[in-house]
Design a binder for this molecule. Structure first.
Ligand code: PLP
Length: 446
C-alpha cells in the first residue's frame, strides 16, 4: 500500500467505522457461533502471495463480524462499559501514525510530558489532593497503565519492596525470603479477582476482609485482623480498598480504613476501576473522601470517561516509592536529562518497557468535551428531564406518582400503595413509564 492508496483506504475505513457504529443496533449484540467457527473460514497458513485490500475487507464482514460481541451496541448490558468516542478513536489513529515507544523522556518527550500533564488535568477534575499532582510541590504524579489489574499489581509490588526495605533497616540479620514469607496483604471479600491475583503474582499472603451488610469493608474489621496477624508474627503491609465493587458497586469506608493503614505503615491502594469516573461530578465526589490517606489510587478512564481502551489512570503520592522499586539502568536506555529532576521516565512505573502515546486520546477527549461535557455523560440525564417525564406521566392519567428530592436530584418515587396491586399492574406501569421515557429521549432536544 503506498501513500496514495493509504489516503483512499483511510477515508473508506472512516466511513466503514462510522457506518458500523451508526447502524450497530441492527446487528445481533451476541454472536451466534460455535467454538472453533473461525478456523473453518480462513486458510490454515498465511498467504504466500499478497492479497488485495478488497478481499480483506470482505472477510471482515464474512469472518470477523459474525463472531464479534458488540460491546458498543445499545443492547449490550454485560460486564461493564467500555468507553468509546470519536475524538478518542481519531487520537488513536494519530497515536498509531506517530508510533513512538515512549518508555523514557528521551524516547519521545511529548509522549511523556503530555501524559504527566493529562494525569494532572484528570487528577484536578477528581479534586485529588495536591500531593498526587505532579505539577505541584508534592512528590506524586500520575501514569497511564493498561488496566486496573496492572495498577493493583504495581502498587502491591512497590509496597512489598518498601516493606522489605523497612524491616531490613531495623533487622539487618533477616533474609528477604524470611520477611517475604511473613508479609500479609488485605482486601475486601468483594474485591475484584485481580487483587487476589496480584497477591499470587507478588508471592504474598492475601487475606479477604469480610464486608458489612452493604458489602463494604469497615475500619473495625480490618483493625482486628491486622492486630491478630501482628500477634501471630506476621507483617501487615498492604490494603487494597475498592470504591465501586464489581458485584454491587459497594464503597469501602476509606475514611476509617486510611488512618489505620497509615498508623500501621501499610500501603493503601484504592481500586475504583469502574466507579471512579463518577468522581468528576461534585455530587459524587464525597465517595472519594479519604483518598488523602491512600498511597496510590486508580480508575479506568476507559470504562466510563469516553476514552477508548486502554487508559487506566493511576496516581501515587510518592513517585519515588514506585520508581525506586523497579529501577534498572542499562546503558542503552540512559539519557542525558534523566537525572535532571525535571523529567519522568515512565519505564520505571510499569512492568513492560514499551508504551504507546495514550495521552493523546485523553487530550482530544478532554478538550472536545470539556469537564462539563464529561460530567453530562456521567449524569446521563438531568433534573429537568425527570421533571418533564413526571409531567407527562401525570398528564397521561394512566398511573400516578409523586417526586422527591435526594441530594439535589429530582427523583421519581414508585411506591406500591394499594392492597389490590398485583404483579401485572406493576409490569403495565413499568411499560408505560418506559414508553414515555423512550419517547422523551427520542426528541431532538434530549
Ligand atoms: N477492579 C474492579 C473493581 C473491576 O470492576 C474490574 C473490572 O471490571 C477490575 C478491577 C479489572 O479491570 P482491568 O480489566 O482494567 O484489569
Amino acid at each position: 500500500m503506498d501513500v496514495a492508496e493509504f489516503r483512499r483506504r483511510g477515508r473508506e475505513m472512516v466511513d466503514y467505522v462510522a457506518d458500523y457504529l451508526e447502524n450497530l443496533e441492527q446487528r445481533p449484540v451476541y454472536p451466534d457461533v460455535e467454538p472453533g467457527y473461525l478456523r473453518s473460514l480462513i486458510p490454515t497458513e498465511a498467504p504466500l502471495e499478497p492479497e488485495t485490500y478488497e478481499d480483506i475487507m470482505k472477510d471482515v464482514e464474512r469472518v470477523v463480524m459474525p463472531g464479534v460481541t458488540h460491546w458498543h451496541s445499545p443492547y449490550f448490558y454485560a460486564y461493564f462499559p467500555a468507553a468509546s468516542s470519536y475524538p478518542a478513536m481519531l487520537a488513536d489513529m494519530l497515536c498509531g501514525a506517530i508510533g513512538c515507544i515512549g518508555f523514557s523522556w528521551a524516547a519521545s518527550p511529548a509522549c511523556t510530558e503530555l501524559e504527566t500533564v493529562m494525569l494532572d488535568w484528570l487528577g484536578k477534575m477528581l479534586q485529588l489532593p495536591e500531593c498526587f499532582i505532579a505539577g505541584t510541590q508534592g512528590h506524586g504524579g500520575g501514569v497511564i497503565q493498561s488496566t486496573a489489574s496492572e495498577a493493583t499489581l504495581m502498587s502491591l509490588l512497590a509496597a512489598r519492596c518498601k516493606a522489605i526495605r523497612w524491616v531490613l533497616a531495623s533487622n539487618p540479620e533477616k533474609s528477604e525470603a524470611e520477611i517475604l514469607s511473613k508479609l500479609v496483604a488485605y482486601t475486601s471479600d468483594q474485591a475484584h479477582s485481580s487483587v487476589e491475583r496480584a497477591g499470587l503474582i507478588g508471592g504474598v499472603m492475601m487475606r479477604k476482609v469480610p464486608t458489612d451488610n452493604s458489602y463494604a469493608v469497615t475500619g473495625d474489621i480490618l483493625k482486628k485482623m491486622v492486630e491478630e496477624d501482628k500477634a501471630a508474627g506476621l507483617i501487615p503491609f498492604y490494603f487494597c480498598a475498592t470504591l465501586g465493587t464489581t458485584p454491587s458497586c459497594a464503597f469501602d469506608h476509606i475514611t476509617e480504613l486510611g488512618p489505620i493503614c497509615n498508623k500501621e505503615n501499610m500501603w493503601m491502594h484504592i481500586d475504583a476501576a469502574y466507579a471512579g469516573s463518577a468522581f468528576i461530578c461534585p455530587e459524587f465526589r464525597h465517595l472519594l473522601n479519604g483518598v488523602e490517606f491512600a498511597d496510590s489510587f486508580n480508575f479506568n478512564a476507559h470504562k466510563w470517561l469516553l476514552i477508548n481502551f486502554d487508559c487506566s489512570a493511576m496516581w501515587v503520592k510518592k513517585r519515588s516509592d514506585i520508581i525506586g522499586a523497579f529501577k534498572m539502568e542499562p546503558l542503552y536506555l540512559k539519557h542525558e536529562n534523566q537525572e535532571s529532576g525535571l523529567v519522568t521516565d515512565y519505564r520505571h512505573w510499569q512492568i513492560p518497557l514499551g508504551r504507546r502515546f495514550r495521552s493523546l486520546k485523553m487530550w482530544f477527549v478532554f478538550r472536545m468535551y470539556g469537564l462539563k461535557g464529561l460530567q453530562a455523560h456521567i449524569r446521563k440525564g438531568s433534573n429537568e428531564l425527570n421533571q418533564t417525564l413526571l409531567k407527562r406521566i401525570t398528564k397521561s392519567r394512566e398511573i400516578h406518582l409523586v417526586p422527591c428530592q435526594l441530594s439535589g436530584r429530582f427523583v421519581l418515587r414508585f411506591a406500591i400503595c394499594s392492597r389490590s396491586t398485583e404483579s401485572h399492574h406493576i409490569q403495565q406501569a413499568w411499560r408505560h413509564i418506559t414508553q414515555l421515557t423512550f419517547e422523551l429521549l427520542q426528541e431532538p432536544a434530549h
